[in-house]
Design a protein. Sequence first.
Length: 128
Amino acid sequence: MREIKFRTFLNNKFYYWGFIDGGFLSPPSSFVESLSFSEIEKRSDQYVNKRNDNNEEIYEGDVIEGIWNLFYTQPHIKGIVQFDIDTLSYVVIGMNILYKDEIIPLCQIRDILIIGNKYKNIGDDINE
């Protein structure tokens, strides 16, 4: 069964919830009671049903680096994972100089490493 999972960033920590291991794990009541639905939605990222080479789950909002399958000799792409409503798929929005603002399907990127996320410091070398 496909897992439908989310993580919500609150108080400098991720909380994981959703349909996990055949059951439903609800969000902690502490933030359900203290935040509006729109605020929970804004702070939540969905699992993209893909793991990187280190077997880490990839979520929307993760900053990744990897190699775009179309260009085996080019430097790594660095970018942020997000859902593209036009293609109904997960994409990476390029952040480094070579691929700045380019929209690349996540399925076309290999050798993926998660180097940060949109909530935490991702380092100064993102534009390299």
